[in-house]
Design a protein around this ligand. Structure first.
Ligand SMILES: [Zn+2]
Length: 171
């Protein structure tokens, strides 16, 4: 990513105090997301600005394409996440929750959310990459599932689980 170019810029100094809603659509390549991300990333920012700080609630929505763990067909998975970031002029403010607090750089009051959005997207790629399943848990794969590629089945029949199953956990 070109550090000088801001891909998701928010000009904090240019906003009046109060509530703002901003939306962006960025190309995954522009924010260094891997090739699996094939659709543009939509970013919505709910921003509350006061004289001392700006609280941003950022929601991202995109898709990534992986091979299904079961049938190896390409499957598009929704990648959605949201997180909070607070930019403040004060240095030692304590927060009860784990919301990230950053200081506003007075020399560069245009923040860039590109890195935050990329990190959030990478963190919320689903662990289970499957075509989906019906209410009973049956796979919705259209292609046959080769045994050697059925990662989920391999986990279930792993003999190491047998010794765990024989443990009596209520003792
Ligand atoms: Zn499948």
């Amino acid at each position: 990513m070109n550090a000088k170019r801001k891909h998701i810029p928010v000009r904090l100094s240019g906003l009046a105090d109060g509530h703002h809603e901003l939306s962006y659509s960025v190309s995954p390549a522009d924010i260094d997301l891997p090739g699996e991300f094939g659709t543009s990333v939509s970013v919505n920012v709910d921003l509350d600005k006061s004289h001392s700080q700006s609280a941003l609630h950022i929601t991202i929505d995109t898709e990534a394409e992986y091979l299904c763990d079961r049938c190896l067909d390409p499957v598009r998975l929704a990648v959605q996440s949201d997180f909070m970031v607070i930019y403040t002029h004060e240095s030692s403010e304590k927060r009860p929750d784990d919301t990230e607090i950053r200081q506003i750089d007075v020399n560069d009051p245009i923040i860039d959310l590109a890195e935050d959005v990329r990190d959030a997207a990478l963190l919320c790629i689903p662990m289970r990459r499957i075509c989906g399943e019906d209410a009973a848990g049956n796979p919705l794969c259209k292609s046959p599932v080769p045994d050697e590629h059925n990662a989920e089945k391999a986990v279930r029949t792993d003999p190491r689980w047998d010794s765990l199953k024989s443990l009596k956990l209520d003792q």
